[in-house]
Ligand binder design. Structure first.
Ligand code: ASP
Length: 320
């Protein structure tokens, strides 16, 4: 099996073959999820704990469904009501949970790097469900599956990632994944929302959205991440929409069969026109949500296989 990762902390450490393995397995779960009976026993007997230190709708719900459909015991920690509020550190919380022998820990945290740190302290598999502005690997994987299914391939495509790039872990993970799969990537947005050093990453940068969208196969819109801004990054929402909001007129510059993506939550009328978001001929936003469950099932399944193999070897070592 070409998937060796112990944890899924980012796209950075995955090889293209591992990405393909995961997407291929996710295809099987897409089919399972369309049946009336959606159960598999890939995680039977295993315990999955979801620890979300930041709000989430899609990601938390889909990790919960993914674990349950694979037969795991799934527990959602209500972090807002946990001892973290009493001052307990992330590591102490993790060590406490670790002592309960979870097999899979799904963590979202507002600080970049927090999930990597936690993974060093526990002896189960850890999945990064988004850490600060660093990475959101399962989002990039579900985006990749959505693109592969609607475009029939995941290479040699022109992909425009638009909006608040600087604060977006979704943009970062996508940029790494789509770059590994040899696509042409354009980052489109105001210079105040472009991360520094990005020009060296082999991407094209456009401030003018009309130029950036020209002939693009995929238009990926991002939310303005107000919670990570501390002031004047954009002139006004009205002006922002006028220059960088996706409307019919700007979309007409992309390839005639271009697809429109958004990781959600969407701010209609800020980064995207509601009519485009709802246009089933262009928008694949609901497909992204559907692929999210399947990709997370595939990720949990592969990590569980590696965990079993590792524990099997350790047990054999002890008996020798
Ligand atoms: N849901 C995505 C994330 O958690 C995108 C967003 O919040 O805008 O990063």
């Amino acid at each position: 099996m070409t998937f060796r990762a112990r944890h899924l902390l980012g796209i950075d450490h995955l090889k293209p073959a591992e990405i393909t393995t995961l997407l291929d397995l996710a295809e099987e779960y897409v089919a399972l999820n369309q049946r009336t009976v959606k159960h598999s026993d890939a995680l039977a007997g295993m315990t999955q704990i979801n620890m979300f230190f930041e709000n989430s709708t899609r990601t938390q719900a889909s990790f919960e469904l993914a674990g349950k459909r694979l037969g795991a015991d799934v527990m959602n920690m209500a972090m807002a009501h946990s001892s973290v509020k009493k001052g307990e550190t992330l590591i102490d919380t993790a060590l406490t949970l670790n002592a309960m022998h979870p097999d899979l820990l799904i963590v979202r945290h507002p600080h970049s790097g927090a999930v990597n740190l936690l993974a060093e302290k526990v002896n189960c598999a850890v999945v990064n469900a988004g850490d600060g502005r660093h990475e959101h690997p399962t989002q990039a994987l579900l985006d990749a599956l959505t693109i592969r299914r609607s475009k029939g391939r995941l290479h040699r495509l022109t992909i425009a990632i638009c909006g608040d790039i600087a604060h977006s872990r979704v943009a970062r993970s996508n940029l790494i994944l789509l770059g590994k799969m040899e696509n042409r990537i354009r980052l489109v947005g105001p210079s105040t929302l472009m991360p520094s050093g990005v020009a060296e990453m082999g991407v094209e940068i456009y401030e003018d959205m009309r130029e950036g969208l020209k002939d693009a196969d995929v238009v990926m819109m991002l939310r303005l991440q107000r919670e990570r801004m501390d002031g004047g990054f954009i002139p006004s929402e009205r002006e922002y929409y006028h220059r960088w909001g996706l409307d019919a007129e700007k979309l007409a510059l992309a390839a005639p069969d271009a697809i429109v993506m958004h990781p959600g939550p969407m701010n209609r009328g800020v980064e995207i026109d509601g009519t485009i978001a709802d246009d089933i001929n262009r928008s694949v936003i609901q497909d992204q949500v559907e692929m999210g469950v399947a990709v997370r099932m595939a990720a949990l399944d592969l990590l569980a296989r590696n965990l079993r193999a590792e524990r099997g070897k350790a047990a054999a070592g002890v008996m020798v």
